[in-house]
Design a protein around this ligand. Structure first.
Ligand SMILES: [Zn+2]
Length: 432
């Protein structure tokens, strides 16, 4: 960045900070200097997830919410440094993204804890968007030190709206009519339904269950038309994964559900039994599964396996474990982009690290290299979420969402749990 641009950026950040100040804080802020705080991370090893390399002896300067420079120890120091971090022995990675969480009321502490555990962005997959929207706003306003939040609106067939979770997420609305949890049929006004979903602040549509392939294809086309991406359960009963891929779906979530591609028949009510797929009748290397994966590769469809939420259970359906690992491994071999998602951001234990770290270990268990696993929680979600220019890399101008680790995650993925510091939009969130 040239100095003149830097000054412009500095002034812009300062004026935005001024706008964001609420009346309760304005008295204190008025006395503070109106400039973006500067943090220097000194002598750190910078991890390039794209290139799978580590560059030692870097001086990384954060200014306001962005990375200002990534240079050498010989570079000129800024005139004023507000926070100085000793990076020696540390490895700096882009913040981790959990592409599959659910946000419900009362999760303020969980969000802060997830951020302190290295998660700097989440994609919320279904819930009450009044809740997700309020958390997202509080994070943007700096009132909540939590991950950046994007969220989806759900659609499913009317018969699926007996799920009590949807009821809780739709208070004040007739069941199936909340903009973020809509019941859809072939006679639904698709343009209006997608507009309503988008109007609740959602960036994505999530196709959940009991939708046929023709309706799914129409919803996908309209969502794309309105600038939303579409995430679907691996099978939405009766629509099969290959039909969803053919319809242009962007992400298939939950790898075990892909097994239904090879099922002899699929009925809408099978969606209540979706985790008990035909793992034994349809092996991971069955032609039906290979055709599906080839189609995903050709279309660039993302796969979000969510391994930990299935394999971490005390009991799983017979064959599900090996099946899920094998299909994830094959997807990786074909070059299908893989997203790390937990379907459960963090446990209730106040000391727990967020579950993304367990998912990364599962992905390595499936056959991903540590670097590929790290990519699934950084550059791949940045791209999937339309944020590849701002997130997922440590470079000037990028959002300063960073994690400083005590070990190299390209060598051993469990290094992501050895957290020395987390930077959320340039602010250190852990007290050393
Ligand atoms: Zn979920």
């Amino acid at each position: 960045m040239r100095p003149s641009t830097a000054v412009a950026t500095l002034l812009l950040s300062a004026s935005l900070a001024g706008l964001a100040a609420t009346s309760s804080l304005s008295a204190q802020r008025a006395a503070a200097p109106r400039r973006a705080p500067v943090t220097v991370i000194e002598d750190v090893q910078v991890v390039d997830v794209q290139g799978q390399t580590v560059t030692p002896n870097r001086r990384v300067i954060l200014r306001g919410d962005s990375i200002f420079s990534v240079g050498t120890l010989g570079d000129r120091m800024p005139d004023t440094v507000d926070v100085r971090i000793d990076g020696r022995g540390g490895f700096l990675i882009p913040g981790l993204v959990d592409h599959h969480v659910h946000l419900t009321p009362g999760m303020t502490r969980a969000l802060v804890q997830a951020a302190r555990g290295g998660v700097t962005m989440v994609n919320a997959m279904a819930g009450d968007n009044r809740t997700a929207g309020e958390y997202a706003r509080a994070v943007l306003a700096g009132e909540l030190m939590g991950p950046e939040i994007a969220y989806a609106s759900v659609m499913a067939g009317p018969d699926f709206f007996v799920d009590p979770r949807f009821r809780g997420a739709s208070l004040g609305f007739a069941f199936g009519t909340a903009p973020w949890a809509q019941a859809v049929t072939a006679s639904t006004d698709i343009v209006r339904a997608v507009s309503a979903a988008r109007g609740s602040g959602a960036e994505a549509l999530k196709l959940y269950a009991m939708i046929d392939s023709a309706l799914a294809a129409r919803l996908i086309v309209e969502a794309h038309q309105q600038g939303m991406r579409v995430i679907a359960h691996g099978t939405v009963f009766p629509a099969r994964p290959l039909q969803l891929v053919g319809g242009g779906v962007d992400v298939l979530t939950h790898v075990p559900y892909l097994s239904w591609q090879g099922a002899a028949s699929i009925k809408p009510e099978d969606s209540f039994n979706r985790a008990n797929g035909p793992y034994e009748q349809v092996p991971a290397d069955a032609p039906a599964i290979e055709r599906l994966l080839q189609a995903m590769r050709a279309r660039g469809t993302y796969l979000e396996p969510t391994l930990e939420v299935f394999l971490g259970r005390p009991t799983t359906a017979t064959g599900m474990r090996e099946w899920s690992l094998a299909v994830t491994r094959r997807a990786l071999a074909l070059g299908i982009p893989i997203l790390a998602g937990t379907d459960g951001m963090i446990g209730n234990d106040a000391e727990a690290l967020p579950n993304i770290h367990k998912e990364l270990v599962r992905l390595v268990e499936a056959g991903l290299s540590p670097g590929a696993a790290l990519a699934s929680a950084t550059i791949v979600p940045a791209r999937a979420m339309g944020r590849s220019r701002t997130h997922g890399a440590i470079a000037p101008g990028r959002v300063a969402d960073l994690v400083l680790l005590d070990a190299n995650p390209l060598v051993d993925i469990t290094a992501t749990t050895r957290i020395r510091q987390v930077f959320l939009k340039g602010r250190a969130v852990r007290t050393p």
